[in-house]
Design a protein around this ligand. Structure first.
Ligand code: FES
Length: 124
């Protein structure tokens, strides 16, 4: 991976936050060859810049788990399938219609499939 100053960069402006706390946008620059997809870029950021960034995925790029849904420039995408280009700045945000858990993680599981922190079924 080319991380020299001349490497082509892409920028992700990621809305971060948690319930009850005002969210903030944090911008990250990363080498575009490290991030053919948005999910690759998020994983690169977490490995190299900020290990507190929260996002969810499971199958990585099989388009099978549907857990990587988020918004990219206002459109709902699967992060593992959303390509990134060099010399671009993207806005990355959590889903609007689901409760926020943290950063890009939203509660996407149906209530009857969730457990509480005590391991009990979540009846909400
Ligand atoms: S990571 Fe499974 S569909 Fe994107």
């Amino acid at each position: 991976m080319n991380t020299s100053p001349a490497a082509k960069l892409t920028r992700l402006r990621i809305r971060r936050g948690r319930p009850g706390v005002e969210s903030a946008v944090v911008e990250y620059a990363l080498p575009v060859d490290a991030a053919p997809s948005l999910l690759d870029g998020l994983r690169w950021i977490r490995a190299h810049i900020d290990d507190t960034l929260a996002f969810r995925y499971s199958c990585i790029n099989a388009n099978a788990c549907k857990e990587c849904m988020m918004r990219l420039d206002g459109k709902v995408v699967y992060a593992c399938l959303a390509p990134l280009a060099a010399d671009r700045t993207y806005e990355v945000e959590p889903l609007l219609n689901k409760p926020l858990v943290r950063d890009l993680v939203t509660e996407i599981a149906p209530a009857k499939e969730r457990l509480t922190a005590n391991g009990e079924p979540d009846d909400d």
